[in-house]
Design a protein around this ligand. Structure first.
Ligand code: HEC
Length: 119
């Protein structure tokens, strides 16, 4: 997905979105059931409008969902984290993932995950 200026999620999520899933998360995307160890990554990169193309700019942030049913029982079994830019240590979640989960809860029937595999 590309979010443009003017979208309700802009400016935070303005840009190109890539979603990555490890093997266990891919299994979950197929079945709706996510096993411990499933990891989903939401990578947001600024988009640059050229005359006849849209190109990638810089990384804005990387959001991570990591399944561990026991450890993250309060947030649907998912650990939520958000890293600034390319940083591997600059974490931006300060509430244990509550705000993230409060929105993802709308996808409860699909394991709290919005993304769908392309058929
Ligand atoms: C206001 C609602 C909302 C909030 C708050 C929110 N998300 Fe999401 N999240 C979404 C939507 C919608 C998508 C699908 C985005 C897309 O397809 O580009 C998504 C996708 C994701 C994905 C990819 C897996 C999936 O569910 O599709 C991850 C990982 C993710 N979010 C992590 C987080 C983290 C970490 C936080 C908190 C820092 C967070 N989200 C807060 C709405 C939200």
């Amino acid at each position: 997905m590309v979010i443009k200026e003017g979208h309700p999620f802009s400016p935070t999520f303005q840009g190109i979105h890539h979603i990555y899933a490890n093997k266990k998360a891919t299994h979950g995307l197929n079945s709706g059931e996510y096993l411990d160890g499933a990891v989903l990554i939401f990578d947001t990169i600024t988009s640059i409008d050229r005359k006849d193309s849209i190109e990638e700019g810089v990384r804005k942030h990387v959001a991570v969902m990591h399944k561990d049913a026991k450890k993250f029982a309060k947030t649907g079994g998912w650990g939520f984290e958000w890293f600034n830019g390319n940083s591997k240590s600059e974490k931006m979640v300060e509430d244990g993932g509550k705000a993230c989960f409060d929105c993802h809860v709308s996808e409860k029937t699909r394991g709290y995950v919005f993304s769908r595999l392309r058929k």
